[in-house]
Design a binder for this molecule. Structure first.
Ligand code: ADP
Ligand code: MG
Length: 317
């Protein structure tokens, strides 16, 4: 099989359509819709590797763990990540497999529980910035700071929240397994939620870190690590914009790495949403990647045909 490989990073909107529809059946319904667009891509000849976010789902597990803390042990953050890789991977496997069945596509979908090595000396560990899980009272926050060593911050008047580090992904532990499965024609789901963050000691022993890895950065690292032809980020906007959300908004059809860097420096991409995507795309293209696309799930086919989406390329000829 000579089909080209695409890493498709599916955003939060592919798994949870809106805050009123968050139950597991709701998540299946949202995933079924995205599965149609991914199946279209596969039917068109792409070999697809799927990555996904897990922010809300990790939050649910942490809240459940918190509410049950008088009877049950706490769930460490790395285990929460692995739990969501399994549960969300299962959901995507089933939805995509069912879509294949309808179309007579005989490919199998498989999830790889993925560990991603981060640097124990990453500066992110010294100043955690990523709020996760439930809100607490000041007294509870104080208690957990002492009992559990958590770092807590006051979140915009809404209460106290745990903050964790968001270090840069360095290496995908299961890279070879993912690569071989892709080459063999399996549709692979990997680095869910950015991967389970692990640190490596001098003996090469891995252990889980209380951190979260940005799924956009981890997806770019995966795309580079397996030599993907395309890095496609499926999110809640059809295109990337300049002056986003203002009367001067301009939708972008194409930009080069140099232009992307300039726009980023000018502050066009919001931190925590579009900026990490642009940084991830730049990272992929600067490490020999040839093409990246940012668009919404329902526009994937049209974007691949060059009719919409924002295409990012290394340079213009
Ligand atoms: P995901 O779950 O896919 O990672 P995010 O919410 O993190 O989604 O990022 C996508 C969001 O980025 C869009 O819904 C949009 O509101 C926001 N955004 C910020 N800056 C821009 C921009 N310049 N162009 C387009 N969207 C932008
Ligand atoms: Mg995001």
């Amino acid at each position: 099989m000579t089909s080209k490989v695409a890493v498709v990073a599916i955003g939060g909107n592919s798994l949870i359509s809106d805050p009123q529809h968050q139950t597991v059946p709701d998540q299946f319904a949202a995933t079924r819709k995205t599965a149609v667009h991914i199946a279209d891509m596969i039917a068109a000849g792409w070999n697809v590797v799927i990555t996904h976010g897990n922010g809300p789902q990790v939050g649910f597990i942490l809240l459940r763990s918190e509410l049950a803390s008088h009877v049950l042990h706490e769930v460490p953050l790395d285990s929460c990540g692995a739990d969501t890789q399994g549960a969300l991977g299962y959901m995507i496997q089933q939805c995509l497999g069912n879509e294949f069945k309808k179309r007579g596509i005989t490919r199998q979908v498989v999830t790889v529980v993925t560990q991603v090595v981060v640097d124990a000396h990453d500066s992110a560990f010294a100043r955690p910035t990523k709020p996760i899980g439930p809100f607490y009272t000041e007294a509870k926050a104080q208690q957990y700071r002492q009992e559990r060593g958590w770092q807590m911050i006051e979140d915009a008047g809404r209460g106290w929240r745990r903050v964790v580090a968001s270090p840069r992904p360095q290496r995908i532990v299961e890279r070879d397994a993912i690569h071989m499965l892709v080459q063999a024609g399996f549709v692979v789901i990997a680095v869910g939620g950015g991967g389970v963050p692990v640190v490596e000691d001098e003996q090469g022993q891995l252990s889980g870190a209380a951190a979260v890895i940005d799924k956009d950065y981890a997806s770019a690292l995966l795309a580079h690590s397996i030599g993907a032809d395309l890095f496609l980020i499926s999110t809640s906007v059809e295109k990337v914009a300049l002056h986003y959300g203002t009367p001067d908004q301009i939708w972008l059809d194409e930009m080069t790495v140099a232009e992307a860097k300039q726009y980023m420096a000018e502050g066009h991409f919001a931190p925590g949403s579009m900026k990490p995507k642009i940084e991830a795309v730049i990272d992929f293209l600067q490490r020999d990647g040839r093409e990246a696309i940012i668009t919404s799930p329902e526009n994937i086919a049209r974007a691949l045909a060059g009719k919409t989406g924002t295409r990012i390329i290394p340079a213009r000829k």
